[in-house]
Design a protein around this ligand. Structure first.
Ligand code: GN1
Ligand code: MG
Length: 349
């Protein structure tokens, strides 16, 4: 199958080393390297269950690529490659949609953040991406996943799963369900933010984990990658998911919850990096929204993992029994740690 896909790009499988790559939960990713050469590519199969119209991703990427090439030609934008017949997305019957991008020479990604400096750089890159697109007509972007970061809808989906989901899993999760329901003031804060015109609708990335930033060999950020969920949105999505993934020293996969805590110096790095990347674009209301952004994203991810567990893992899948329950509990602990530090963190933004 991969052989057939590579061939449409004029690449011969026999000359290439093809390895599974990265840790994403949704798409399949391979690194394709030419033997005895530094030529390399990233091949991805887009999850068609999640992205109902993969052409919309290709459309958005094209539009943004053209805009940046015209207005910010110095920005390193990783363009999707065309097949020999000139398409930037390739469909294989029974297999799905594929795209190929060049692997940027001497760049690397970071899976687990190691220093506040890396968090600063990554946050700066996400802020910069939104900043460079501040005059781009945001309404022209297609919505690749409707209501993706709509917390109100995510909360309702969670309540539905609590109503109609797997009965024994609902029993087992009773304590987490109860606690998450008690935090529904976060949904109200999100609604208020959405109706506040000082929170501008912007071009936002919506998947701002550190592995979606390319770094150079000096650990300076080069650009952001993985533009599948670039859509109209609010800065809290991007600042918030950075916090969710960078504040604790362990990931959402960690089963030993005693390792989960919130690191103040990483919080500071994200606030400063994102603000620097956005230059003077953030409104005063947005600048005071960093702490809420972190809570919003952690809360939403806890709801999504727990709802998926109650729905028999239909969305995220599961590598061991109880996997999504563990992930949800991990995010619940992280949110508790975040809330414990509310005063100090708010004073740092
Ligand atoms: C998914 O596949 P990946 O890791 O890029 C998810 C994100 C979640 C993340 C949690 C389209 O992203 O929203 O935050 O898992 N993406 C989609 O690890 O649902
Ligand atoms: Mg992604």
């Amino acid at each position: 199958m991969l052989q057939q896909v590579l061939a449409v790009y004029g690449l011969q499988m026999s000359e290439l080393d093809v390895k599974s790559f990265g840790s994403g939960l949704i798409n399949n990713t391979w690194k394709v390297s030419r033997y005895n050469s530094d030529e390399a590519y990233i091949l991805q199969r887009i999850n068609h269950q999640v992205f109902k119209s993969p052409e919309n991703i290709a459309y958005n990427t094209r539009l943004i690529g053209n805009y940046l090439a015209e207005h910010h030609p110095d920005y390193l934008f990783v363009r999707t490659m065309n097949t020999r017949s000139g398409d930037d997305i390739h469909f294989v019957e029974g297999e799905g949609y594929f795209r190929l991008v060049p692997f940027v020479k001497d760049s690397h990604t970071v899976d687990v953040v190691q220093t506040p400096g890396q968090a600063y750089e990554a946050a700066r890159q996400f802020g910069r991406f939104t900043f460079l697109l501040k005059d781009f007509p945001v309404e022209k972007l297609k919505v690749t996943i409707p209501d993706f970061h709509n917390l109100t809808l995510r909360y309702n989906q969670f309540l539905q799963a609590v109503q109609n989901g797997n009965v024994s899993r609902i029993k087992e999760s009773a304590a987490e369900i109860q606690w998450l329901k008690e935090q529904d003031y976060i949904v109200k804060r999100f609604d208020a933010m959405k109706h506040n015109p000082d929170f501008r609708l912007r071009v936002t990335h919506h998947d701002t984990k550190i592995s979606n930033v390319l770094f150079n060999s000096n650990d300076k950020g080069l650009c952001v990658i993985d533009l599948d969920t670039v859509m109209p949105g609010y800065f809290i999505s991007d600042a918030g998911d950075m916090m969710r993934t960078c504040l604790p020293p362990v990931s959402e996969e960690e089963k030993d919850f005693s390792k989960i805590h919130v690191r103040n110096e990483y919080y500071k790095a994200i606030v400063e990096g994102y603000t620097a990347g956005m230059e003077n674009e953030l409104s005063e209301a947005e600048k005071s929204g960093f702490f809420d952004a972190g809570c919003y994203l952690i809360y939403m991810q806890a709801l999504r993992f727990l709802a998926d567990y109650l729905n028999d893992d239909a969305y995220y899948g599961s590598k061991y029994p109880g996997h999504n329950y563990i992930r949800a509990c991990n995010q619940v602990v992280l949110l508790k740690k975040m809330l414990e530090k509310e005063n100090i963190l708010r004073s740092m933004q």
